[in-house]
Design a protein around this ligand. Structure first.
Ligand code: FAD
Length: 640
């Protein structure tokens, strides 16, 4: 291992999406020598695909909006399982992060009077999503990249080297975090660096650093039908587990209600919620706007009773309630699932989403340009003239690495931080649309800031990478070349995706999840024998064989936690336990690596009780729907 390529930094950020870039910018602005690593091309992260917008209570379109309303909506959307401190910080800081983006050059769509425009989205009481048409993620990444270039130009002036303090390493995949024992941490581990390979050459590379920020995104590629790109193989979640950190809330996986269902080659690709936010309606094969039949009790007061009221809301939101097409995503996805199951689906097994009868063609082309293009190109459907066919698609994981809400530090491993989709807690059991892009910026910044502080506190007291860990990591990565012809990594992956889709999907049953866990064990054995042919130079089969370890570990977490949680809440629906239970709200399921190193253990934890001033933001009647009697505030406190 002596001749492995090595780089040394203060802070290494793994992931170049919104969370990773915002963390790296912050660490650099704190004066730290910072590296960003990503496995795809720089600028290609998942964040680029974000369409609808970024949620922040700026109140530009409806001045009644403020952080308290955003906080309430977020907690309701997550069915009160959110780590409330994260939801609080997020609601308070999101507007600053959007204005900051604007000062760094982001060009958002405007209101008539020239302010940043905000659009409606499911679960948000007021128009709240700042956006750039339906291509918001692209503008977000573009702006952050531009900021990085600006910082590099400053460094050139000062040091004669653009990359003196901030460098991007693209097309490098990290396969292991490196640690040394440390008596000062809970689990006894401290970060020393990260190990990975260059995708192109297959050669190994080591990044030495006392602080690492994981910002690797989600897990969607463990499921068959998904809106996620090839990058989402649960790498960060698995890297954290293997280093000694824990994952929380992994049973909560968001199935977005509207993915394309036809043709088969594009099944799962996202149809943005903006279509509904801007007036699109859902109908079954009988032409009925079925969502009116699916408003759950907890939301009865907040949604329109009739189509007429729902339609009036678009122009007069103060005197009407919103249409049920804009319920949180878990509700809409379940409703679509039920309609299709009841035989009222479209020819290709979805429902109709229609905006053509609701808006003039030129408005559709202006507000939803990507959707117009996507359906024309991929499905030969003109959405200005015909309805789309849509159905649920695996979209987002609410669960993730357990972090301290304020600092984004993992409690288990010194020097390890996490932000963005890879981190858990913020969204509880269900994320509201638009709350991810704001989450990336709020907690990306915090992760970069506190990683820098951690490095400051360490001073000169850094530890070397343990050489035997490099040898182990290299041997693990090379194993598939020794298994030539034994198992095909592509078949193992396909079976994994089918298993998760069929047995741990949108509607869950005890027997099926137990069956899934048995199959995951078999798949793990087969993955260990997965073999590849050829060389280390760009070899996608080899890369997949390495990714399988991550997807299987993360899938085990999802299946184990889902089997354990005997209630239905947000992105976790149990046919055998349909109700939501106040007792289960007091349970957080966390996963840690088992002693054998190849499995996960489930541990129950109790969430911290919500601060009284935050509880007081809700009516007592509403709290009674979620909390146990013992948790309810005294009457006096609830009178606000
Ligand atoms: P990403 O942007 O995915 O970045 C992950 C990075 O980690 C990448 O650079 C990747 O290369 C790198 N990486 C991963 N593994 C490794 C490894 N092993 N080694 C090195 N690098 C690695 N949310 C909203 O709020 N509003 C929206 O309108 C919206 N629209 C969406 C539309 C679509 C189609 C999808 C799929 C999601 C949408 N979301 C939206 C969700 C949101 O886009 C994501 O949750 C968010 O972008 C995740 O950002 P991130 O920074 O955590 O990760």
């Amino acid at each position: 291992s002596k001749e492995v390529e090595r780089h040394s930094y203060d802070v290494v950020v793994i992931g170049a999406g919104g969370a990773g870039l915002r963390a790296a910018i912050e660490a650099r602005m704190q004066g730290k020598r910072t590296a960003v690593i990503c496995k795809s091309l720089f600028g290609k992260a998942h964040t680029v695909m974000a369409e609808g917008g970024i949620a922040a209570s700026m109140g530009n379109v409806n001045s009644n909006d403020n952080w308290q309303v955003h906080f309430r909506d977020t907690m309701r959307g997550g069915k009160f399982l959110n780590l409330w401190r994260m939801a609080e910080l997020h609601a308070k800081e999101a507007p600053d992060r959007v204005w900051e983006l604007e000062s760094w050059g982001a060009l958002f769509d405007r209101t008539q009077d020239g302010r940043i425009s905000q659009r409606n989205f499911g679960g948000h009481e007021y128009p709240r999503l700042a956006h750039v048409g339906d291509r918001t993620g692209l503008e977000l990444i573009r702006t952050l990249q531009q900021k990085i270039v600006a910082l590099q130009q400053e460094d050139f002036k000062e040091h004669g080297d653009y990359e003196a303090r901030l460098k991007v390493f693209q097309e490098a995949t990290v396969t292991r975090l490196l640690t040394v024992p440390d008596a000062g941490s809970e689990t006894g581990n401290r970060i020393t660096g990260a190990f990975g390979y260059w995708r192109e050459s297959g050669r190994f590379v080591v990044f030495e650093a006392p602080a690492i920020v994981l910002a690797t995104g989600g897990i969607g590629k463990s499921f068959k039908v998904t809106s996620n790109s090839w990058e989402y193989t649960g790498d960060g979640q698995a890297l954290a587990l293997l280093a000694g950190a824990s994952l929380v809330n992994m049973e909560f996986v968001q199935f977005h209600p509207t993915g394309m269902v036809w043709p088969p080659s594009v099944k799962g690709i996202l149809v943005t919620e903006s279509v509904r936010g801007d007036g699109g309606v859902l109908r079954n094969s009988e032409g009925k706007r079925f969502m009116f039949d699916y408003i759950p009790d907890v939301f009865k007061e907040k949604y329109a009773k009739s189509e007429e009221e729902g339609d009036r809301w678009y122009t007069d939101p103060d005197n009407n309630r919103r249409p049920p097409e804009l319920l949180p995503r878990d509700e809409v996805a379940r409703a679509i699932n039920s309609e299709v199951k009841a035989g009222r689906g479209t020819p290709h097994g979805g429902v109709y989403l229609d905006v053509s009868t609701r808006l003039p063609a030129d408005v559709i082309r202006r507000k939803l340009p990507s959707m117009h293009h996507q359906f024309k190109e991929l499905a030969d459907v003109d959405i200005t003239a015909e309805p789309m066919e849509v159905g649920p698609t695996c979209h987002y994981v609410m669960g993730g690495i357990e972090v301290d809400p304020d600092t984004a530090a993992t409690p288990g491993v010194l020097g390890l931080f996490a932000a963005g989709e890879v981190a858990g807690g913020m969204h509880g059991s269900n994320r509201l649309g638009g709350n991810s892009l704001s989450d990336l910026l709020v907690f990306g910044r915090r992760a970069g800031l506190y990683a820098a502080k951690y490095v400051d506190e360490l001073g000169e007291e850094r530890r070397d990478v343990a050489e035997e860990q490099l040898d182990e990591a290299a041997a693990e990565a090379l194993a598939p070349f020794g298994n030539e012809g034994a198992e095909n990594p592509y078949s193992v992956h396909q079976e994994l995706q089918q298993t998760m889709n069929d047995l741990v999907g949108i509607i869950r049953r005890e027997g099926e999840m137990a069956e899934a866990l048995t199959r995951l064990e078999e798949l793990k054995e087969r993955a260990a024998k997965a073999g590849v042919e050829g060389h280390r130079q760009f070899n996608p089969g080899w890369h997949l064989a390495i990714d399988l370890r991550n997807m299987l570990l993360v899938s085990e977490c999802i299946a184990k936690a889902a089997l354990e949680r005997q209630e239905s809440r947000g992105g976790h629906t149990r046919e055998d336990h349909p109700g939501m239970s106040a007792e289960w709200r007091q349970v957080l399921l966390t996963c840690t690596l088992a002693a054998d190193g190849g499995h996960v253990d489930l541990v129950r934890r109790s969430p911290e009780p919500m601060r009284a001033d935050l509880l007081a933001l809700f009516e007592r009647d509403e709290l009674m729907k979620y909390l146990t009697d013992a948790e309810l505030p005294a009457d006096a406190q609830a009178e606000t």
